[in-house]
Design a protein around this ligand. Sequence first.
Ligand SMILES: Nc1ncnc2c1ncn2[C@@H]1O[C@H](COP(=O)(O)OP(=O)(O)OP(=O)(O)O)[C@@H](O)[C@H]1O
Length: 264
Amino acid sequence: MLEIQIDHKRYPDRGGRPHLALSGLRLSVRQGEFVCVVGPSGCGKSTLLNIVGGLDRDMSGRVDLDGAFPEDIGFMFQEPRLMPWLSVLDNVLLVARAADPRAAAVVRERAVALLRAMELGDVLDAYPGRLSGGMMRRVALARAFVNEPQLLLMDEPFVSLDTPTANRLREMLVEQWQRCGASVLFVTHDLREALALADRVCFLSSAPARVVLEHEVELPRPRQPGCAEVGRLQEALLARHPDLLGGLPLAGHARANCEGDGHA
Ligand SMILES: Nc1ncnc2c1ncn2[C@@H]1O[C@H](COP(=O)(O)OP(=O)(O)OP(=O)(O)O)[C@@H](O)[C@H]1O
């Protein structure tokens, strides 16, 4: 179980003034659970992930995974963050953890298998400059799983991709998640994406952010943001919590998406 308790996260200087980004934020993620975090633009979603991932320790509170600060973590960010001078395979192996040559060989085999599962088996030796945006994200997705992490942190990883590419990446993510059983904390602006992916969606308030609503998603998988059931669930949530969700930029954005993408 991942337990997050952030009493305060303050930035001492945001454009010349201090900013209280998070306050009284409580969130837990069960082993193997897929949790999406949704909230207004700039409320502190990336700040939360940076804290959970240990990239930012300047806060008051605690993050605890089975009694210790989480270390066994995979990351995926908005940008694929590939090294242009490394091949596809070496970009995945860049983060590989292996204690000895035997373990390194196992991780290498896993990296190749992951890249094949991501339909990148033909470009293992290619450099990122040759890849499309969707292919780069698939490399980043393979890299996030290569150490079979206990916890996966994802910060809007499929933003600004076309709908079919993003849908395929979501399918690949869910396949790998179901195979390896990691807990996932996935940040998105897009409520329909959250409802398509998550076991549970946590809604953050505007700054200082805290969790103001949690919703268990009981729709069967596979699901995609464009499918009718997800659309109905979004409408029901918006109707039930207009004060909380109606103000989110994601609500209008998601409805617009729905028009051109009305099926699974
Ligand atoms: N290093 C920093 N110094 C000062 N202020 C910061 C810093 N990083 C983030 N902030 C501020 O903290 C707030 C939360 O930022 P954060 O990036 O976590 O929000 P977000 O919800 O992820 O945003 P978005 O929805 O745009 O992705 C923002 O107002 C931002 O300007």
